[in-house]
Design a protein around this ligand. Structure first.
Ligand code: ATP
Length: 280
């Protein structure tokens, strides 16, 4: 799963950052502990002091208006955007020393599984298993894990089809299966429902529920809580690169009820015309 491997040498926080910001204290360290995170993109400050904790077994929704910094926050957690300041621990290990990337499953925003590569659904999902067995040949248990992940997202019957032949929502399901196949302890999903129809959203909600029952921690970037609402323990709302709310999710709300919501993303009724996700 190359997408979770840090892409820059500077992605790590420094030891002195870590010393200034003591992170997880107490018994079981949090799956994610981001403290006073400051990050810039294109020379412009995007995150301006974000604190974000995801405990083991907890489901946290990251909400906020377009451009508020949700994806950037997630990218700092997986190491693809470096921190200018602040601290990050994953499972109690400072980012600079963290090597257990196989414990993290990541579904990026607005990509497809195809990328011009002629691969089958099964092949794409199998790549999510690579960190598990390193260079060893695939064994029966790896093949079974791939089948289970495909079945969980309702794509087992498409296993031998080329990913180029899938719809946007089906691509999304394949990427979710790829994230699930390593039985991760932390699942990070950036708008997993984008481009997914209502029936498939329910399939994905059921899948996620099983992962949570298994003990996985989940960090979700969402625009709407939708069918995931009953699963969500805590909502963290970003506004202009800062945390505006961290607490229980308000019932029946995504970012629509929040101040600063700019209403430019697609709604359920207009997916067919404006969905910016996989179907774009
Ligand atoms: N590669 C980049 N270079 C420069 N600025 C960027 C880059 N990527 C994002 N930004 C800016 O960073 C800010 C935060 O973007 P981010 O994608 O984190 O927001 P978001 O909350 O996930 O938005 P959305 O809901 O639209 O996905 C935005 O103002 C965006 O324009």
């Amino acid at each position: 799963m190359s997408s979770v491997i840090p892409t820059t040498a500077t992605a790590a926080t420094t030891d002195s950052d870590q010393a200034r910001h003591p992170l997880s204290v107490g018994a079981a360290p949090a799956a994610v502990c981001l403290c006073d995170a400051v990050a810039s993109l294109g020379g412009r400050p995007v995150l301006r002091g974000i604190d974000l904790k995801v405990q083991r077994g907890e489901v946290v929704a990251l909400l906020g208006a377009n451009g508020s910094g949700k994806s950037t926050t997630v990218k700092t957690v997986i190491g693809s955007v470096p921190l200018d300041r602040g601290g990050l621990e994953l499972f109690g290990t400072p980012y600079a020393k963290f090597k257990d990337w196989h414990r993290i499953g990541y579904v990026p925003q607005r990509t497809t599984a195809a990328s011009g590569v002629p691969a089958t659904v099964r092949e794409v999902v199998s790549t999510g298993r690579l960190p598990q067995h390193r260079l060893l040949p695939f064994r029966r248990k790896d093949r079974d894990a791939v089948d289970r992940a495909l079945a969980a997202v309702g794509m087992l019957d498409r296993a031998d089809d080329g990913v180029a032949d899938l719809s946007g929502g089906q691509h999304q399901r394949v990427l979710i299966a790829r994230a699930l196949v390593g039985a991760p302890d932390l699942l990070i999903m950036d708008e997993p429902m984008a481009g997914v129809d209502v029936a498939s959203q329910q399939v994905l909600a059921d899948t996620l529920r099983r992962e949570v029952e298994r003990g996985a921690a989940v960090l979700l970037v969402l625009h709407e809580l939708g069918p995931l609402e009953p699963l969500i323990d805590r909502a963290v709302v970003l506004r202009d690169g800062c945390v505006a709310h961290d607490g229980p999710p308000l019932p029946n709300t995504g970012q629509h009820a929040l101040p600063g919501h700019d209403h430019v993303h697609p709604h359920a009724d207009d997916h067919h015309t404006t969905t910016p996700g996989l179907l774009a």
